[in-house]
Write a new protein. Structure first.
Length: 184
């Protein structure tokens, strides 16, 4: 067992947990050299060989992530984790797994690889559990139509998808299915 990797995965997991607990707040992941390897590190601490993965827009990245995480490739309709590289699901987000009333946690988790994240802007306003009042975000590199699809996919809480945004500098922000999204 690699002790350094285990510690790194624990620290990464804690940052993701903070992000999910405080939607709309930006956090820095440890040791973030470039988006692809950071995505592999992030997913590596969340996934195992029973999780399924789909990558929209990059077959090479899908192969890299599947090797790193030990996950199985799947179609985006059946995947537990979906990585979106070019800022758009091309309208497919509405077909992602949203869980069931008995098992709402089985909804998909979407990892958007974006250009830049900042909490110094009010392009996106997040409200709901874990947010005192509201939180504001600026996310560069995501197609504007994704926000409508994300709101629609999460309109029947507790069903929905969780979204994690990862930028090139290793910053993340999370918007879980329990959050409400406003677009300015």
């Amino acid at each position: 067992m690699n002790t350094n990797r285990t510690i790194h995965d624990h620290v990464t997991f804690r940052v993701i947990l903070q992000g999910m607990s405080h939607p709309g707040k930006v956090y820095l992941l440890p040791d973030a050299p470039e988006a692809e390897s950071t995505a592999a590190q992030l997913l590596g601490c969340l996934m195992d060989n029973e999780a399924t993965l789909a990558v929209i827009g990059d077959a090479e990245l899908e192969a890299l992530l599947a090797r790193h995480t030990g996950s199985r490739p799947a179609s985006f309709e059946h995947a537990d984790f979906i990585v979106v590289r070019n800022g758009t699901t091309f309208g497919n987000l509405i077909h992602f797994k949203r869980g069931s009333l008995e098992y709402p946690h089985t909804g998909a988790t979407i990892l958007y690889l974006v250009e830049e994240l900042s909490d110094a802007g009010n392009d996106i306003v997040v409200t709901g559990p874990g947010v005192k009042g509201s939180a504001s975000l600026r996310i560069t590199g995501i197609h504007p139509g994704e926000w409508h699809l994300l709101k629609e996919a999460n309109s029947e809480f507790p069903l929905g998808v969780d979204a994690v945004f990862l930028d090139r500098s290793g910053r993340i922000a999370c918007i879980p299915r329990s959050s409400q999204i406003g677009v300015n």
